[in-house]
Design a protein around this ligand. Structure first.
Ligand code: NAP
Ligand code: F7E
Length: 334
């Protein structure tokens, strides 16, 4: 009997980590996830994987650790000897990165070097995925693709640019299979509650149920290219199965403003967003990324990857899920 492939996911408790773990278990992988010690329960997105009868949940193993702790990362990679590492852990909130720039540099930038160094010294054949981002393009005008120059507009974007280049450098210097996925915004019912789409869909559900009457927001004019997270984690996996290591943009190629997403989400529930949304300057950023629209042509040509869910369907999926949650649907359903 052949041994299952082993994967290590940093950031397994996050939106993408939870879909990645689920998809790898479905493919028969032995999945190891890095989990931070927390005083409150932080495994809500993955807890159901242990109990899902359709998944080999016994193949999911969680390990305490922090990506800023180089010794722990080295120890884990040395003990586990994974075939693939998905480096998804990060301080991922752009607005928060202005409040905590040094921590963000550590957790979103230098931490990538911790993982790469561990792989380099333990076994250079381990395949490495780095969660790079459209925020690296920042102020470069759309459409953005793999050739677009970087112009980050936040401490988060700047830290991710470091991670991108150190990943490329380890690929070129040490012949490692280390790749960057330059992913545009991707959302889902598991999206963190302080990112704009989820903030909106939760508010729609609560307003619909009479639990909330106002929604306080910042800049409504920025343009984003929003896709559906499970499709993007499938793209990450495809990058690590390719014959050669390379960097890829994943995006839908569509452009919607925050106002557009408000309309889609509120209208799906039969509501008019303009009656509820109020402006609060505390949600503005010192520097904003105005316009992100990705060109994922390379991923389509070389990986056979293409986004199928576009923002109108995405908004419906997320609003329906948040209404179902308020109706008592179990978290593992989403
Ligand atoms: P997310 O929901 O914020 O999840 C981040 C994960 O990283 C969580 O599991 C978090 O743990 C963990 N983490 C944070 N700091 C850590 C540390 N110091 N040590 C160990 N774990 C740590 O993010 P996401 O949306 O799934 O995104 C996944 C990755 O892709 C991130 O690197 C993000 O920057 C990047 N990215 C996201 C998007 C997007 O649109 N979603 C687009 C491009 C790139 P806790 O649960 O304990 O907080
Ligand atoms: O903001 C505007 C805000 O926080 C989107 C992360 O996953 O994607 C994400 O970064 C836009 C911005 O995501 C509010 O000013 C208005 O223009 O949902 P967001 P983001 O900053 O695009 C990239 C690709 C990543 O890599 C990141 O990790 O929405 N906006 N009003 C607001 N944003 C928030 N959060 N809250 C508001 O009230």
């Amino acid at each position: 009997m052949t041994q299952p492939k082993r994967a290590l996911i940093t950031g397994v408790t996050g939106q993408d980590g939870s879909y990645m773990a689920q998809q790898l278990l479905e493919k028969g992988y032995e999945v190891h996830g890095l989990v931070r010690r927390s005083s409150s329960f932080n495994r809500g997105r993955i807890d159901h994987l242990h109990h899902d009868d359709h998944l080999p949940g016994k193949n999911l193993f969680l390990h305490y650790g922090d990506v800023t702790d180089a010794a722990r990362i080295h120890q884990l990679i040395s003990e586990l000897r994974p075939h693939e590492v998905y480096n998804l852990a990060a301080q991922s909130h752009v607005r928060v990165s202005f409040d905590e720039p040094l921590y963000t540099a550590e957790a979103t930038g230098i931490s990538t070097l911790n993982v790469l160094e561990a792989i380099r010294s333990v076994d250079k054949s381990i395949r490495f995925y780095q969660a790079s981002t459209s925020e690296m393009f920042g102020a470069s005008p759309p459409p953005q693709n793999e050739e677009t120059p970087f112009y980050p507009r936040s401490p988060y974007g700047a830290a991710k640019v470091y991670s991108y280049w150190i990943t490329r450098n380890y690929r070129e210097a040490y012949d490692m299979f280390a790749v960057n996925g330059q992913l545009f915004n991707h959302e889902s019912p598991r999206r963190g509650e302080t990112f704009v789409t989820r903030k909106i869909t939760m508010a729609v559900a609560r307003i619909k149920k009479g639990l909330q009457s106002e929604l306080w927001m910042g800049n409504l004019d920025s343009i984003r290219d929003w896709g559906y997270a499970p499709e993007y984690t499938d793209g990450m996996w495809r990058m690590l199965q390719a014959s050669e290591p390379d960097d890829f943009v994943l995006a839908t190629g569509t452009a919607y403003t925050i106002k557009d997403f408000l309309s889609l989400a509120f209208e799906h529930a039969g509501l008019n967003w303009e009656e509820y949304v109020k402006f609060d300057p505390k949600f503005l950023r010192p520097t904003e990324v105005d316009e992100l629209i990705g060109d994922a042509g390379k991923a389509k040509a070389k990986l056979g990857w293409e986004a199928k869910v576009h923002p109108p369907e995405l908004a419906r999926i997320m609003v329906d899920a948040d209404i179902a949650r308020l109706d008592g649907a179990p978290e593992g359903q989403f």
